[in-house]
Ligand binder design. Structure first.
Ligand code: SAM
Ligand code: SF4
Length: 335
């Protein structure tokens, strides 16, 4: 993969350059994490989901528009049949600097080495608990040993960066912050704590389970020497380095820290909806354009450039509201 710096072409009305896309390649998942999905999920029929060829075409268009970082997510991206083909296509694009993956890790034992070969630089693996029973309870169907085998395979494959993503919930896994950081230090990998976001209706009141990153940071500062870091991976996380270790701790805090002013990304769902903000409903539909113009990218390019005019200034998360801020689940928009 070679990197050719390009003139940014996607600049929104607030002067922010969009150079990062997150593409969800499926809404399906082998887990049913309690904060992410309801127990009974209706998944989309196949024809309403972008084909992998359409995904590849879209990513190529975005890269030609100056996007240099692509995150593949879902649902669980690695449960999509032939997902590896898409990684191989994207990995070869001139102009793309960083291809990364967010996964629950269940399929990584099988795919880690192949993904590395395809050009994936970094992998985020969601692990909310190191206790097998609790892990099962949070994910409803997940097997911790399978995920840990996936993590080991990823370390072995030699990615530039591996990070655990953790959502802490009161009354569930809020007591595991230190154990998870200790685990990350031992594995020489990073960890990020993501505050629970009110995306989609779930079986619990998010107001009751919410754990703020301010609280988690305070707890971890009492146990570790944490050095504030200016490092960024191009995302919204604020990082701290654990002294005398290889580990960085990130905090993704949509409630306590508003990261919108530096937002450089847009999200594309597996239905081809281009969402301009995770926490707002502003979007355009790319699937009809892709299907109406199979051989002509111009209308799609024009629509994407025009969409910059409706990228909102910021999100609007409020846990106390009776209805979720955004009715769609994270598995729909792509985390
Ligand atoms: N299945 C993959 C995984 O779990 O990593 C990728 C998709 S998942 C939607 C991406 C990330 O979103 C995960 O780290 C998950 O913990 C997080 N997530 C899902 N729902 C969330 C919510 N309501 N609030 C905060 N984070 C959420
Ligand atoms: Fe699946 Fe990821 Fe959502 Fe968990 S967080 S249900 S693994 S999409």
């Amino acid at each position: 993969m070679s990197f050719l710096p390009q003139m940014p072409k996607l600049i929104d009305q607030f002067g922010r350059t969009v150079d990062y896309i997150r593409l969800s390649i499926t809404d399906r998942c082998d887990f049913r994490c309690t904060y992410c999905m309801g127990e009974d999920m209706q998944f989309l029929p196949r024809h309403e989901v972008l084909s992998l060829e359409e995904c590849a075409r879209l990513v190529k268009i975005f890269v030609n528009l100056g996007v240099s970082k692509v995150r593949i997510t879902g649902g669980e991206p690695l449960v999509r049949k032939n997902a590896l083909w898409l990684f191989e296509q994207i990995g070869q694009l001139n102009g793309l600097n960083t291809l990364v993956l967010t996964t629950n890790g269940s399929q990584l034992e099988k795919y880690a080495a192949k993904l590395k070969l395809a050009g994936v630089k970094r992998v985020n693996i969601s692990i909310d608990s190191l206790k097998p029973e609790r892990f099962k309870k949070i994910t409803r169907t997940g097997d911790l040993s399978q995920v840990l085998a996936g993590l080991r395979a990823s370390i072995h494959a030699g990615f530039e960066g591996i990070k655990i993503n953790t959502v802490l919930m009161r009354g569930s896994n809020e007591d595991e912050a230190t154990d998870l950081v200790e685990f990350a230090i031992n594995q020489k990998i990073d960890i990020s704590f993501i505050e629970e976001m009110p995306l989609g209706l779930v079986d619990h009141s998010r107001e009751n389970t919410f754990v703020s990153n301010t609280e988690t940071l305070k707890l971890l500062q009492s146990k570790y020497s944490l050095l504030p870091s200016t490092e960024t991976t191009g995302g919204p996380a604020r990082y701290w380095r654990v002294a005398d270790s290889h580990t960085k701790i990130g905090f993704i805090s949509p409630h306590s820290h508003n990261f919108c002013e530096s937002c450089n990304r847009v999200r594309i769902t597996c239905k081809g909806e281009l969402f301009l903000c995770l926490g707002q409903d502003d979007k355009i539909e790319l699937m009809p354009l892709l299907r109406q113009h199979p051989d002509d990218d111009a209308p799609i390019i024009e629509a994407i450039i025009n969409s910059m005019k409706i990228k909102p200034k910021g999100h609007d998360f409020d846990l106390k509201r009776a209805a979720p801020a955004v009715v769609r689940f994270m598995s729909h928009t792509g985390g």
